[in-house]
Design a binder for this molecule. Sequence first.
Ligand code: SF4
Length: 381
Amino acid sequence: MDRFKQMIADRHEYAKAWKKKTGGLVVGYCPNYMPEELAYAAGMLPIRIMAEQKPDVVSAKWIYASCYVAKNMTNMLLNGEYDYMDAFVHVEDCQWTFNVFEVASNNFPSLLTHYLFTPDYTEGPIAKDVFRSELNVLKGKFEAWTGKAVTEEALDKAIEIYNTNRRLLRQIYEMRRFYQTKILGSEMMNLMLANQVTDKAEMNKILEDFIVELDARAPYDDRLRLMLVGSETFNADLEELVESLGANVVVDELDNGSSNIWNDVVLHKDRLMALSLRYMGRPHSAMKDSNWRRRPQHIFELSEDYMVDGVLVVKQLVCQAHGSDNYAVWKLLRERNIPFHFFERDTTLPLDETRVRIESFLSMLRPGVTRIRGWHQPLGI
Ligand code: SF4
């Protein structure tokens, strides 16, 4: 198994071992605007709560007609798969995940919980001040939970570790811009997910070694280059399917993918404001792309930078955030003549149906592709 895929599979055991070794608290969170640096500076291990489809006879009782991501997370929490988690922070973004937070809060009275308000209009005139103030409240909560002050030194160290982590990941993303890539989309997606459940100081060492390994690796053959846009995902099944059909996902615009690591904290005397500016300034999630629209242009720029031949716009069933935002993405892709294919999935991928869809999309793309092997070569792909 891909080593990063294995890290995802082992994430519960990893967190339990981390707790035993450090005596620290594990704080689960969702969705993705979590200022992990603050938790890390408080000596906690922040982990993204992930969705995984398992036999489910409990979630429908608590949250009905929700997306499968929220249902799967609820099922896993109620079945005790996250029983090692000491705290749960819900970060204001998607309302379905707020339901997950409510169910967990109601069912596990000993769980430490916090609802972190995050402005939806991140460019609003007072958004950064509001979020800074919310971060101060969260910092107080963490101090109360751990019984220790979060010092400026600890925050600086955490910010440095997280900035390094994001820089290393972006370094790998940069390699995906190469004409002939050295990393496939499935490996990258597994890496991104593993990163969200691992201590970042440890992960940084893994990433540094992995970059050396990538440098020495022979590139893959030319493949059709695709971009993945849409709802968050928690496995690389789609990327693997794309690869089995002779193409490669070379970049994503997923909330728990590139959007999560695209900018850094710029140090500032007021550390909380520095964090606020970073989180309010990151690429928008679909929920936060309303008054100040940035997602379509960001997607367009990524598609150019990564020389993509086509875009897969993939929405989780009943995903309210992307359901209401997709029209703006489609509009831009149509206006700029960027081929795209839209479909819905849940946390599992319907393999046969999706294979037929993607095969058809790739067949549509191939005659128009002139990039691969240059203009003068026959298109033998
Ligand atoms: S898939 Fe969409 S609706 Fe479901 S939790 Fe994620 S953002 Fe929210």
